[in-house]
Ligand binder design. Structure first.
Ligand code: G3I
Length: 376
């Protein structure tokens, strides 16, 4: 941060000096320190963008998004219920805007998500016949992945298909097609967009039973001959769990499959966890009471410091394994945007991200940046 402030002061001094002298000077292009610039040799730094951000409604956030992140994931608008709301209806208005924004800012787009049991377009639930399901999935993937082929960096092809105990989730896809829907999804995506990196993405990816289940599933996808390029660990984590050891073991075991690993939806929950809810299973919403929402009037410095330390430890680990990690995406731009204000209890005040509700960098941002300062 010091470097940033010094740079701004020097730039202003230079502009003032030159305008006083009434000289015409070429614009001095200094690189402003940012997450994306600091980590450009390590991995992409992404953010999930909501509809308001994709519509560029807030000039302060527009600038922040352009400055800090080089990979964008739509938080909601590319999910099937939005992009493919009815069997013969596709809605590309918002996704097209996301691609236009990314092009303007020189950022990549990560597609989220093609095949997911949640926020699923309702017509899928009515399908009972396997031929009809294959045809619906083919149309869905061909039309969406085909439209953005060549423009998109990577897809979450299948999202959240494995339960905590390692078994396959009994989604409509599994119920109608059995396990074959998994390699099928990847084969369809590869055919529709041969250049995109194709990921399996899930939460609670550090638990041993789930990890084993995911590894078994990915091996089967590979054995089927389908292309799978990466595994996304969502990263909806807490101040003290999962442990760094669990995260590291998971990164290593997933990378050992010969795929890239991405941290795809990082946020750190600082609030009390009423029922020890881990991950992002929205069926686990808890009732809220005042005790579970202690920081409505601001985050105590001690927690702010603990959050900064947690982010520092995580990014240190990510840097240690930057040869395996393709991207680290924060799930939201600022604390006010985070879904964690409404999960696992609704209407709380959480502080999960690197920028505060006024879009100012937090201590956590400084600790992540400090890891790279004077190191290159
Ligand atoms: O847009 C409506 C708004 O019109 C309405 O007034 C309001 C009332 O509740 O709801 C708004 O929709 C909400 C939407 O987010 C946009 O804010 C939905 O209720 C809410 O369910 C939805 O939550 C999203 C959640 O996925 C749904 O599963 C979160 O924003 C989004 O961050 C979250 O993201 C998921 C990833 O896709 C997959 N991994 C887990 C992650 C966290 O759950």
């Amino acid at each position: 941060m010091k470097a940033f402030k010094t740079l701004v002061v020097l730039t202003i001094a230079l502009i003032t000096y030159t305008s006083c002298k009434e000289k015409t000077v070429a614009v001095v292009e200094e690189e402003i320190p940012s997450l994306k610039a600091s980590y450009e040799n390590d991995f992409l730094i992404g953010s999930a963008l909501n509809g308001r951000q994709i519509n560029e409604e807030d000039s302060v956030q527009n600038a922040l998004i352009a400055r800090e992140f080089n990979s964008y994931t739509a938080e909601n608008i590319m999910k099937s219920m939005h992009i493919h709301p009815a069997k013969d209806t596709f809605n590309f208005e918002m996704p097209d805007k996301l691609f236009a924004l990314a092009e303007k800012n020189g950022a990549k787009v990560h597609g989220h998500t093609l095949i997911w049991h949640s926020q699923l377009s309702s017509f899928f639930y009515g399908i009972k016949d396997s031929t009809e399901m294959v045809s619906a999935m083919t149309d869905h993937i061909n039309t969406i992945a085909g439209r953005y082929a060549g423009k998109l960096d990577s897809w979450d092809v299948v999202n959240e298909a494995v339960e905590g105990d390692g078994s396959l989730r009994k989604s409509v896809f599994l119920n109608v097609l059995g396990e074959d829907y998994l390699p099928l999804s990847f084969k369809l995506a590869a055919a529709a967009d041969p250049q995109a990196d194709l990921y399996y993405n899930d939460y609670s990816m550090t638990g041993e039973a789930k990890r084993k289940g995911v590894i078994e599933m990915v091996k089967k996808i590979q054995e089927s001959g389908a292309k799978i390029d990466g595994i996304g660990m969502q990263g909806h984590w807490h101040l003290d769990s999962p442990s760094l050891e669990e995260i590291e073991t998971s990164i290593l075991e997933y990378a050992a499959l010969g795929v890239k690993v991405a941290i795809t939806e990082l946020d750190i929950d600082v609030l009390p966890n009423p029922r020890n809810v881990e991950g992002a299973d929205i069926s686990q919403r808890a009732e809220i009471d005042a005790q579970n929402n202690p920081y409505v009037n601001g985050l105590p410095d001690s927690i702010n410091v603990a959050l900064a330390k947690r982010y520092e430890d995580l990014f240190k680990l990510f840097l240690k394994h930057s040869d395996k990690i393709s991207r680290v995406t924060l799930w939201g731009v600022n604390d006010g945007d985070s879904w964690k204000n409404n999960f696992p209890a609704r209407g709380r005040t959480n502080y999960c991200l690197l920028f505060d509700r006024n879009n100012q960098p937090k201590k956590a941002y400084e600790s992540v940046m400090a890891l790279k300062e004077n190191k290159e």
